[in-house]
Structure formats: C-alpha cells, structure tokens
Design a protein around this ligand. Structure first.
Ligand SMILES: Nc1nc2c(c(=O)[nH]1)N[C@H]1C(S)=C(S)[C@@H](COP(=O)(O)O)O[C@H]1N2
Ligand SMILES: [Mo]
Length: 306
C-alpha cells in the first residue's frame, strides 16, 4: 500500500520524546486528577505529548466543550447530548475492525486504551454550522489501529459506524438521520498522522456527550466527519455512504474539508464563531492544517469534491 505524506514528516516530529511521561506521572504531575478509566496501571504504555500537531491557541473551556454538542442520537439541540447521553452504557464495548485486511479483529475498548500509546493533541474543531472550538484530546493515531489488522491493497476507503441502540440513544427513535450514524475517509486520510481516535479530553475519560468511549477526530474536516461512539470500522474498496451525505447530498459531501472558499448552499463558510469569542474570525483552508494535508488533494477540484 503506497501512502503519500510529506516525506519529512515522521512520528518523531509528532511526538517530542523529551516530553514523554509515564501515565502515572501524567495523572499525578500534570493533570493532577483525571484520566479515570484511561489506565495508569504500572507498566502501561507511556502517555506522550505531541508537540508538532498541537495548536498553541487557548483551549475552549471544558464546560463549553462538554455542554455545547452535536450528537443527534441524543437529540438535536446543543444541550441535549449533555442532558441525555448519561444513559449510554459504554462498558462492555467492542469495536469490530474488518473488511479488506488480513487480520480482522474485535477489540475491547479497555484493551485498546491500554495497548496504544496515548497522546494529548490540542486541535481546532470547526463545525459545518459555522462555530469552532479548541479541544485538548487524548487518543492515539487511527493509523496504528488500521496497521494492527494488516490492510490489503483493496483497502481504499475506511467506513465507520456508531452504535445503534435506541433504548439508550433515544434520538434514534426519530428519523432525523438514517441510523446508525455513518462516516468514511479515504485510506490516505485515515492513516494520516493527524487523524486521531480520541478516548479522552482535558486529560480525562471522554464524556458520553463527546462520543465515549471512542470517537474519530479529523481536524481538517468539518466536525460531522468526526464520528462518535464507534462500534465498527471497515476497510473497503469503495467510497462508503455517510450519514449527512445520505440525508442532504447537495449540502454535505464525502470530503467535507474545511474550506472558506466553498460555501454551504444555505450559508457562507468564510468566517466562524469561536465558542467564547464575540467577533467572528476568518475560517482557514483545511481548518489551518493545510501544510500537512493539502498534498492529499492536489489536482482535485475542491468545489466539486466538497
Ligand atoms: N455519532 C455521531 N457522531 C457525531 C455527530 C452525531 O450527531 N452523531 N455529530 C457530529 C458533529 S456535527 C460535530 S460538530 C461533532 C461535535 O463534536 P463535539 O460535540 O465533541 O464537539 O461530532 C460529530 N460526530
Ligand atoms: Mo457539526
């Protein structure tokens, strides 16, 4: 499988080895509290801070990150997920990773958390609706999970699915979207070192309203690509159907790269409201991650592949 990246970008740029901390030290020394459920047992993998990819912008207050959400499985208003997602049982939880690979596997969430090197990544998140936040995630690169199942040359795309459980996800009782929520990436996007599986934020276990126990984070794409509460990841040779594209194909494309030059049919994408700020700010191409991701779209008409 040939995957093109900026050749000078390696894991060592992503993770400054001098900043490695054992999880135990992270818990006692850096976060003070927290990371409950994210391990901390002696011998656990080290928690690393990635320097290169994290923004130095001020993170959005945790109260906003955890109370102003989109998670339609729990209702369509911004406050609904914080109010209703507590009902979701996130243990036991497994993620099936299958499709075009030699070693399909069902992973237990706790084994995933223990078995992967967790990092903090402070990323901008830009919702297609025109607001944004800065969120300190804890997670690991999706590429590590994909590598574990040994993809074949037929793995051209990756399809993701959220849990389907209307008894707890009460929003699934209404047909606002075709459930389960689905998303997809091209394989090069999926294995890009920026693409994260998040299991925490602000140094603690991911709150249910933010997509517990694991969710995708693709910071150069509109927020709806960052699917929450994942139960299945499938490698495929075809571009998979995605929830928002199925619901309104003219408004939400498969790529959905943040692009101030391509407006949504019903509103401009040129500016955004950073939650907590008063004046709108300019939206950046690829949400400011262009130096790392623009190469993947060279030669593509981004107005057509919106
Ligand atoms: N399963 C699922 N994932 C989802 C959504 C959803 O409704 N269901 N909403 C998306 C949208 S529109 C955004 S902007 C982000 C919001 O993530 P946050 O609430 O953690 O900020 O989650 C995305 N992931
Ligand atoms: Mo969104």
């Amino acid at each position: 499988m040939l995957i093109r990246h900026r050749p000078d970008l390696t894991d060592n740029d992503v993770t400054d080895r001098g900043l490695y901390l054992r999880r135990r030290e992270f818990i006692t020394g850096v976060a003070g509290l927290g990371l409950a459920g994210l391990g901390g047992a002696a011998g656990a993998a080290p928690l690393a801070f990635s320097k290169g990819f994290s923004t130095t912008e001020k993170p959005t207050p945790k109260d906003d990150v955890t109370s102003y959400n989109n998670f339609y499985e729990f209702g369509v208003d911004k406050g609904d997920p914080a109010e209703n997602a507590g009902k979701l049982k996130t243990r036991p939880w497994t993620v099936r990773v299958d499709g075009a690979c030699e070693a399909p596997k069902t992973f237990d969430i706790d084994a995933l958390i223990k078995g992967n090197k967790l990092e903090e990544r402070i990323y901008r998140l830009r919702c297609v609706e025109g607001w944004s936040m800065v969120i300190p995630w804890v997670g690991f690169p999706l590429k590590d999970l994909i590598a574990a199942v040994k993809p074949t040359s037929k793995a051209k795309f990756v399809a993701f699915e959220t849990l389907m459980r209307p008894s707890e996800m009460t929003g699934q009782r209404w047909d606002v979207l075709q459930w389960p929520y689905r998303e997809g990436l091209r394989i090069d996007e999926a294995v890009h070192p920026l693409t994260l599986i998040a299991v925490g934020l602000y140094g603690e276990t991911l709150p249910n309203q933010n997509g517990a126990p694991l969710r995708l984070v693709v910071p150069w794409k509109y927020g709806f690509k960052s699917i929450k509460s994942i139960t299945r990841i499938s490698l495929t040779d075809r571009q998979p159907p995605t929830a928002w594209n199925l619901s309104a194909p003219r408004e939400y494309g498969f790529y959905s790269n943040v692009n101030p030059a391509v407006d949504h049919p019903r509103w401009s994408q040129a500016t955004e409201r950073r939650i907590g700020e008063f004046r709108r700010r300019d939206t950046l191409a690829f949400n400011g991650y262009g130096e790392w991701v623009a190469d993947m779209y060279r030669g593509m008409d981004l107005k057509k592949f919106y």
